[in-house]
Design a protein around this ligand. Structure first.
Ligand SMILES: *Cc1c(COP(=O)(O)O)cnc(C)c1O
Length: 394
């Protein structure tokens, strides 16, 4: 018999009932250092006082009105995002997947309006993850994503990760509308695109007119020590997808774009019921009040560097468990020698939450405001987990 919850997830038997800062507590009273933050979502930790008050204050006033009306908080959030980024305009959604849908529509509509609707192919990269909708799985590719869901949405062409030679040729083809890439691949195991490659991608897009779409759903909103990861390479996209951290745990996403890239999206061409409702926007404004501060971002970068050094020592101490550390800021991948599922499970046993990813990696995506003591405790627990794995292997 099918379970009452559609069984698409293999769930760990952990029942969290309370969260505070970088700690999670289960029903049976166990406490965990949370270095996963709901997969890069709870960026100010659990029950952050400023988010609780933003949410509850707004909850007593107005939760939802339709986008048929002016929503001052939504306007304020859009203005803030425009002020903080390359973007001229913003559309708010509820998730990364929805942001992917709009980014793809926007790129295709752009070329349609230019009178070249045959320019509709989106170039993507091996290992990409852009969501689970029809466009999202087509853009992500891979049998695990698309298997059994044919017919798959057309107009996506995949290139090897880091294969700039192939890109040089592909991007010049007459049917290419846009290039869609995560500046740091998340699900594939924290694989950063080298800064030089990002610069080259930007130059190729400038040369060909192809729109550069960056998926910063995981890498964005302070995660890398910059507000958005592309700032590390000194480039800007034409279109950018955000979600995850922007709502600090409240579902919210968005598409940010230049006026030019967004020029096809005229009256009536897109919509949403929930996207950008007052509750979500009040929380996101409180998130940006914190994360938009240069001093906050500098602290994330410094924490990331210090954490990476300590993890390098951990890798050296446990060569039978880990082989490498990679990733910018607080978006860190630990490449494992033993199966990553074993590492995640051992970490559960020692009381620390880490997140599995592709290419046998475990991800550390802690709250950006995690304190030194919590970070040290988390590391000690990962160290203890590695020791257990070694003892069991011996
Ligand atoms: C999580 C994620 C998505 C999908 O976001 P949802 O909110 O789960 O729909 C898309 N792209 C990237 C890079 C992600 O990490």
């Amino acid at each position: 018999m099918i379970p009452s919850l559609l069984p698409t997830y293999s769930r760990a038997p952990l029942r969290f009932v309370r969260g505070h800062g970088s700690w999670l507590e289960t029903e049976d009273g166990r406490r965990f250092v949370d270095l996963g933050a709901g997969i890069a979502v709870n960026i100010l930790g659990h029950a952050a006082p400023e988010l609780v008050s933003a949410l509850t204050d707004q909850a007593g006033k107005l939760w939802h009105v339709s986008n048929l009306y002016d929503i001052p908080l939504q306007q304020k959030l859009a203005d803030r995002l425009v002020e903080l980024t390359f973007a001229d305009t913003v559309f708010l959604t509820n998730s990364g997947t929805e942001s992917c849908e709009l980014a793809v529509k926007m790129a295709r509509k752009y070329w349609h309006e230019k009178g070249t609707p045959e320019r509709n192919v989106i170039l993507t990269f091996e290992g990409a993850f852009h969501g689970r909708s029809s466009a999202g799985i087509a853009a992500s590719g891979g049998e695990k994503m698309v298997g059994g869901f044919a017919p798959i949405l057309e107009g996506f062409r995949k290139l090897g990760f880091g294969d700039l030679d192939a890109l040089e040729t592909e991007i010049r083809k007459a049917d290419v509308a846009a290039l869609l890439i995560e500046p740091v691949q998340g699900e594939a195991g924290i694989r950063p695109v080298p800064e030089e490659d990002l610069k080259r991608l930007r130059a190729l897009c400038d040369e060909t007119g192809v729109l550069l779409i960056l998926d910063e759903v995981q890498s964005g909103v302070g995660r890398t020590g910059r507000l958005f990861a592309h700032e590390l390479a000194g480039i800007t996209p034409d279109i950018m997808m955000v979600a995850k951290g922007i709502g600090g745990g409240f579902p919210l996403g968005g598409v940010l774009a230049t006026a030019e890239a967004a020029s096809g999206m005229t009256l009536g061409t897109h919509g949403t019921t929930y996207g950008g409702n007052p509750l979500a926007c009040s929380v996101a404004l409180a998130v940006l009040d914190k994360v938009g501060e240069p001093a906050f971002l500098d602290a994330v970068a410094a924490k990331g560097e210090a954490l990476t050094k300590r993890l390098e020592a951990l890798v050296e101490a446990h060569p039978g468990v880990f082989t490498a550390v990679r990733g910018p800021g607080l978006m860190i991948g630990l490449v494992c020698t033993v199966p990553n599922t074993e590492v995640v499970a051992a970490c559960y046993d020692t009381g620390v939450i880490v997140i599995p990813a592709g290419n046998n990696v475990v991800r550390l995506l802690p709250a950006l405001n995690i304190g030194e003591d919590d970070l040290a405790e988390g590391l000690a627990r990962i160290d203890a987990a590695a020791k257990r794995i070694e003892e069991n292997a011996a």
